[in-house]
Structures are given as C-alpha cells and as structure tokens.
Write a protein that binds this ligand. Sequence first.
Ligand code: FAD
Length: 282
Amino acid sequence: MKPAPFGYHRATSVEDAANLLSELDDAKILAGGQSLIPLMNFRLSTPAHLIDISNLPELNEIRVDDRSVTIGAAVTHTTLLKTSQVASELPLLVDAEKLIAHEVIRNRGTVCGSLAHADPAGEMTAVIRVLNGAVRTSSVEGERVIQAVDLFEGPLQSSLTETEIIVEAIFPKLGRNSASSFREVARRHGDYAVAGAVSVVDYDNARSIESARTAFLSVGPVPILISFDELLVDAKTSDLGHDEIYEFVSSQLNPQNDIHASADYRRHLAAELAWESLKACV
Ligand SMILES: Cc1cc2nc3c(=O)[nH]c(=O)nc-3n(C[C@H](O)[C@H](O)[C@H](O)COP(=O)(O)OP(=O)(O)OC[C@H]3O[C@@H](n4cnc5c(N)ncnc54)[C@H](O)[C@@H]3O)c2cc1C
C-alpha cells in the first residue's frame, strides 16, 4: 500500500515546526514515522502535510540532572538504549526499551513519538505514568507542561492540541530507596505486549514499604495506574502476598476482548504480572 499524496516539510527549528503546524491545513508532525507511516500506508491516516522534526539537533538531546532524565523529541529508542548514563541513572527506561519492537524500528522510532501516539500498548506510556512524568510542549500559543496523568485520553488519543508539539519528555529519577521492575507477555519478542506491568516500590530506611504502584499496558484505553499503598504501607517486604495482590488488581481492571486475548485472560495476565513485577522490586 502507498500513502495518499501529502506535502513534506522539513522543519528548520522548533519555532518553524510550530508555525508550519499552525499555518498548514491538516498537518501532522513526523518523528520516526514508525507508527504514522504504516497508518498512512493503509490510508487509516491521510494528513495533507507532514512536518519532519527528526533532524533538529535541539531535539536530539538527553539531559540527566539530580531529579530527572529529559529526552528530546528526536531521540530514538536506540539512542536511549545505548546511553550508558541513562542505564545507570534510571535503568527502568532501558528495561522498557529492550521490550519495544525490533532494532530496525527502534533505530528510527522516538520516545516522544511513542508518547504522542498514545498507544496504551506502548511501554513508554506506562513508564511515564508510573514515574509521574510529564511532557513539555511548544506551539504558536506558547509552551506548557502536561503531566502524564493528563496526557492520555484514549487509544491513540492524547490531550495535545492540533498545533502542539512535544519537545521533550521528563522522567523523574527514582531515589536510592526505590526499586522498579518491568514485566510483560508478548506472543513473540518485539511484538506489542498482550499485557504488561511496570512497578515502582519506595522504601524507608528500615526497608518498610512507603509506597508501591504499578502501571499497566494493554489492559485499557490508556495506561492504568494502581496504587497499593492501602495494602502495603508499613508492610515489611516479606509480607507481600500473591493472592491479595492478584485480587486487588483483578478487581480494578476492565480489559476488553479482542483478537489477541479474551478480557479474562488479559486480566489474569495483568494481575500475575503485577505480582511478579512487585516481587522483583523487593
Ligand atoms: C512492527 C512494529 C512494532 C512495534 N512495536 C512496538 C512495541 O512493542 N512497543 C512500542 O511502544 N512501540 C512499538 N512500535 C511503535 C514504535 O515504538 C514507534 O516508534 C512509536 O510508537 C512512534 O514513534 P515515532 O517516532 O515513530 O512516531 P511517528 O510515527 O513519527 O508519529 C506517531 C504519531 O505521533 C505524532 N508525533 C510524533 N512525534 C511528535 C511530537 N514530538 N509532538 C507531537 N506529535 C508527535 C505524529 O504526528 C503521529 O501522529 C512498533 C512499531 C512497528 C511498526
């Protein structure tokens, strides 16, 4: 299949991209093209114009400071995966990247593109949700920060306006007394997950749990966050019980049947994966 005809515009700066996005009718941002181009090839998306931001040096940066890892909109999955400072400062990002697609796709697909695409099966949507991260956007109207909790509105639907560009994603780092773990089941390595769970557990100095939460992918219209604080706060790590976690998660998830799995199987998988990922944090 070939896409419908479209105009191609290579942006020369973020400002140029924002101006083009506001001036041109029916325009879309092109980052790695790994989600958009297949949709266009199947004519499921037929934008009149694409504005390519993939070559902008100002968007191709990863910054690490005391509080967060900030990833520019042109940074690919592969670049993130190969940045050793990210592996040491926020290894959860690398754990997630290893599960995303195949090398060829990771070489072009971008982290921010995944977030803008808002696929509830995307690993990065769950990671930014569990870390309570955010994206910084730019448009002709100005800049704003959108918290992860407010970014995802439905399958492939984000709260970005039509003229807004994600310029960077901000992933808060975990403290020394925190642990994280990512578990998912996919039919083949690199496929989108049938279900996945990414957990973060925070401890106090006596190794009692202060807070625990899991974000789920592929079990709802958006990445879903469940807090275990009411079950686990002040529990010693050895108190973590499979059945309690399983029931707690199962009662809160409402996945749908689809061609890949029944709702019941997905719910079961998600509850088991939550247990496994929490257990791996202790
Ligand atoms: C076979 C296959 C398997 C895959 N498997 C997985 C997987 O297992 N897990 C996973 O998470 N992903 C998977 N992907 C998707 C991949 O991770 C993409 O890289 C990602 O979803 C989109 O990033 P992109 O840079 O390619 O975005 P594009 O395809 O360029 O854009 C996607 C959408 O986001 C918009 N957009 C992109 N960047 C911005 C921005 N900065 N600001 C505003 N809007 C923007 C575009 O306009 C478009 O609507 C897979 C893709 C393929 C083809």
